[in-house]
Write a new protein. Structure first.
Length: 300
């Protein structure tokens, strides 16, 4: 009879090891345990257990999951759990050979980012009351996010010396310490100038800060506070689209492609290390080409 993962000391050792090595969350460890329990239960019905499972049996198990209607993403997660578990056993000299060698994960399509229509963006940008210090700051933040495609974390970390108001450029230190230069555009620059030369000083009072965007207490904005503001203004503007903290970043990329920008330029502006990351937006380019074909081809 196969041992259930809860009572299997090898599973416990494995979970302790990955927790120490990677500092995984309790939810991730629980998911690993649940996956291994599921495999062990299936194997027990075939006279096998986790320690004696063959590659053929693991492939049969994964095929069983597919027949049950499990998604490619769910199957890919199970393959990842199995690989990590059996590699741990092989590394510790507890199992040879590793039955997951050459075990391929199912292809998982990347989900398209949720974005805003151009009208949705306009409504969102107009939602803050720019006649108040906080409203002007918020309008400047939203305009800057949409004009540059910055990540929320990049925006709240932005400092004064990273802005070149004269040239209309912003220098961004992104993921992996990669630096990029992004143009602001006239509209965002106008709002940013208005904020910097009026309400920022009102918010700071006598306090000093290098952060571009500050709170009424004089500290830098946080990601959580900015996300709260975006949700609040979306509600005020009646924006129906489901939003995420990166909705304006996705809108930036999508709308650039809609208006004829090439993918490599968008990659550079977003700060993606690999073009494949940016290619998630190619559905926009394809839709635009289909629209152009239908509009301008004599047999469209």
């Amino acid at each position: 009879m196969a041992k259930e993962p809860q009572g299997n000391p090898l599973v416990d050792q494995f979970l302790d090891s990955v927790w120490l090595e990677s500092g995984l969350s309790a939810n991730t460890l629980s998911a690993y345990r649940a996956d291994l329990k599921n495999v062990a239960t299936w194997l027990s019905g075939r006279g096998a257990d986790l320690e004696s499972a063959s590659r053929a049996q693991l492939l049969e198990y994964l095929a069983h999951c597919v027949r049950l209607g499990h998604s490619p993403r769910s199957s890919a997660r199970r393959v990842s759990t199995l690989r990590r578990f059996y590699r741990y056993l092989a590394r510790e000299g507890l199992l040879e050979p590793d039955p997951t060698t050459g075990l391929d994960s199912p292809r998982v399509g990347r989900s398209l980012p949720k974005t805003l229509s151009e009208k949705g963006v306009e409504d969102l940008l107009a939602a803050p009351d720019s006649g108040s210090p906080l409203g002007l700051r918020d309008r400047a933040m939203l305009e800057t996010l949409y004009a540059t495609g910055l990540r929320v974390s990049e925006l709240v970390r932005l400092t004064l010396d990273e802005l070149d108001e004269l040239a209309g450029l912003v220098r961004v230190l992104g993921k992996g310490g990669r630096e990029r230069i992004v143009p602001l555009g006239d509209e965002a620059l106008n709002w940013l100038n208005s904020y910097l030369h009026s309400s920022r000083g009102e918010l700071l009072g006598r306090r000093v800060s290098e952060a571009v965007f500050v709170t009424r207490r004089g500290g830098p904005m946080t990601r959580q506070a900015l996300w709260y503001l975006i949700k609040r203004y979306a509600l005020r503007a009646g924006v129906g689209e489901e939003l995420s903290p990166h909705s304006l970043r996705h809108a930036f990329a999508t709308h650039l492609l809609n208006h004829g920008a090439d993918l490599v330029s968008v990659q550079m502006l977003l700060g993606h290390a690999d073009l494949s990351t940016t290619q998630i937006y190619t559905h926009v380019a394809r839709a635009r080409l289909q629209s152009l074909h239908a509009e301008h081809h004599p047999r469209g």
